[in-house]
Structures are given as C-alpha cells and as structure tokens.
Design a protein around this ligand. Sequence first.
Ligand SMILES: Nc1ncnc2c1ncn2[C@@H]1O[C@H](COP(=O)(O)OP(=O)(O)OP(=O)(O)O)[C@@H](O)[C@H]1O
Length: 252
Amino acid sequence: MIGLHKASVRFGTRTIFTDTSFQVGIGESLAILGPNGRGKTTMLRSVLGFQPLSSGRRIAPDIAGYVPQHGASQARLSGLEVVTMGRARQIGLFGQPGEADRQAARDALARIGAEALAERRYDLMSGGQRQMVLIARAIATGSPALVLDEPTSALDLGNQARTLDLINSLRADRAHAVLFTTHDPNHALACADRVLLMMPDGEEMIGPVEELIQSEPLSRLYGVAMTWGSLTGPDGAQRRAILPSFSGRHAA
Ligand SMILES: Nc1ncnc2c1ncn2[C@@H]1O[C@H](COP(=O)(O)OP(=O)(O)OP(=O)(O)O)[C@@H](O)[C@H]1O
C-alpha cells in the first residue's frame, strides 16, 4: 500500500496541495496527471519521504522502487551495476552483491526487454536508455511499491509500449502497487485503474479512469480541447483514444 493521508505541501506562501488523501493497493495502479509545474513530482517525492509534508502523513513501505524523471549519470558503471544498486536492501550496508543479486538485476532488465544495456556504460547512455535502466533498477528492489515519474517521457514508441505492458503485468501479478505520472492520458487508459487529476485551479480529482479520462475534465486540466478519436487496433478491434485539438492537423 502506498499513498498520502490528509497531506499538504507548501513552498513559502505557495500551496502545492492541501489535505490530499489517496491509497494505491497491491494489484492496483494510479496515474497522476496535471499541467507542468503543478506539483506531480512533488507529490511523488512526498509519498517517498523525500519531500517533507507541511501536514498529514505518508503511507509507504520502508523501501519503494523509484524511477526519477532524470537519471544523473554515475561514473563508469555498467547498466547491470546500476540495476544491481536497486538490491541495496538485500545486499546490506557493507555487503557485496552476490550472484543472486546480479541475476535479479538481469531478470529486471529482461522484464523490460533491455538485456542489451547490461554491459553498456550508464554514463554514456542516451536519456531513454537510462530511463530503461532506472525502471529495471526499481523492479530489482523487489519492493511491492513502485513510484515512476514520467517513466515513458524519453522513450521511443516501442519502448513506451513495453513500459505500459510492464506496468500492466506488474498490476496483474497482484504483488505490486504502482503510482506513476504521465502527460499522456492514453497511457492512463492503457495501464491505470484510477487517476488523480491535479487541476490548474488547485483542485484535485480522483476517480476511476473511465470517469476522469474524459473530454471535459481533461480539457479543463490542460486548457486544450480534447476529443475522442477511433482507430483500429492490430487485432482489428475498434479502440478509442483521447486526443488534443491539434492532433491530425495537416495530416494527408
Ligand atoms: N524545494 C522546492 N522549493 C520551492 N519550490 C519548489 C521546490 N520543489 C519544487 N518546487 C516548485 O513546485 C512546483 C511544482 O513542481 P513539480 O516539479 O512538482 O511539478 P510537476 O507537476 O512535476 O511539473 P512537470 O510536469 O513540469 O514535470 C514548481 O513550480 C517548482 O518550481
């Protein structure tokens, strides 16, 4: 279980959120959406205990798997070594990673289809490659709570699909609670059970994906008209996607 209980964060006179409560249970995923600078990262950092609360409390296990928005480069470590760092709790303060830790790290890379990054230098990787390694590091922690800050922001479309599939498989395995932020409402449709909308006026709305991923609240959220479009999936089935008004402009 991961979340906040009547939590508030203020920076000086500026309130980011007030009296916010939500809980994500095992087997569930919750997506946070909101405009730039509204406070999504601050909310994740509050859940993780990195951001002190002005009031209220957080609900989280001792260790959570965390994928930050930007992965700082770490000198001369391989992808596998960075993922193995996720095993810190199992390794202990003065311990050395063993074969079981390295295998858990390899398994985590394989789970996201990033085995090829194991032997590459992390500090020389692209932003998207680092993001894949950090997702694997979060999985390798073995924590039941995963907190991902815009996990698909630097990824190409194939890796976005793999990451959304991964989040789906994590909630389907009934062993993880997943909390993530995104700027793409279709990613919430793809792999979230509930969403928390951080509205521009300071209000927060929380509810099932089917209720809140809708034209009216999303148009208010972003200040851009949002409409449904229909498309045919690879299996021939009809699907719906929610799109901003600029979609398809100048398309043939
Ligand atoms: N430690 C801090 N002290 C003061 N202000 C801060 C601090 N951390 C964040 N902020 C401010 O709080 C606001 C929310 O920032 P945050 O990074 O949480 O937004 P966000 O919704 O994740 O944005 P984006 O979508 O652009 O990533 C911003 O205006 C930011 O400058």
